[in-house]
Design a protein around this ligand. Sequence first.
Ligand code: PMV
Length: 364
Amino acid sequence: MIDYSNPKLVVETSKIEPGKIAWRSPSNIALIKYWGKHGRQLPSNPSISFTLNHAFTETTLEYSPKMGADEGIDLDFLFHKEENPAFREKIVKFLESIQDIFPFLRQLHLKIRSANSFPHSAGIASSASSMSALALCLCSLEAELFGTLESDEEFHKKVSYIARLGSGSACRSIYTHLGLWGKSSIAENSSDEYAVEYSDVNDIYKSFQDSILIVSGKEKSVSSRAGHALMDNNVFSKPRFEQARSRLSRIADHLRTGDLEAFGTIVEDEALTLHALMMASSPSYLLMEPNSLEIINAVRRFRKENNLPVYFTLDAGPNIHLLYPGYIREKVLRFMEDELLPFCEESKWIDDHVGIGPVELELE
Ligand code: PMV
């Protein structure tokens, strides 16, 4: 196990100049899903995801030496330029929980400003983009104050580790094209404690589009946190974790060879398995909506009739992610317009695609 706790990471406050760091970090969509965890945010099975591009969070971290002897976390927090006490409290708790890793945090006055590229009501989980953006800011701050984390590998490993503590799936968001989280035979450098970049991939996947169809922007009735916990007593959990491992090694072959049909079959099976696990939890629950099923059926019909590689997946919610290679974009957009958008809330969708990962933002 990695032990990042480091009591030496303290500053001499009289020598600290105020400063600012900012990162943009994207969301991701899992192909093999993480569902079920143990210990301190460790996954019960490995997962792999496409990094997205347009669905992102921008986070700015301002810091200055703290006045006074208060030992706690001193944080001002703005979300979309407004105070948000609920989000602030969540972040304070998170920062408190990692004080052993970043003891300098309690020596500073912090101001965090955060904004998402997608509307809050879009039903898009923002924890992956927001927690990865925050982890990037924190590790950049450590690097700036102490000259640590010099190599890209060291930096990414720690960022991913910290993002994981904030929200499991966030640890995969920081890599170009695909992120792999969890110990797996498909990559020797894989780990349960942080994600790694997965690059043994045919170029066709780098052109993949993710058209996110917003069936409902309502807050989920059961949170991911509660959903993961329900896996502890789900009678299917053991075979599920085995199944995810075996699907991951099979999808790795299809990612390498570019076999889109075999890839799509696994991706769709994974999405439906995730929701089947929810239905088989105790108490049971449903996050899909009638319109999610309408879209799933229409996608399967369209694929069969036109022989085109377009597949669906879902997160823990009712919205449908359409995954397909860039060369059929025009045809898929026409199909969406005609047959799928009528099932979306106010015809809403987000036009996303596989991306290159986070960028550090220039500050004036
Ligand atoms: O990172 P969390 O705790 O919000 O869990 C995310 C779980 C899924 O989105 C359903 C699957 C995944 O691997 O991203």
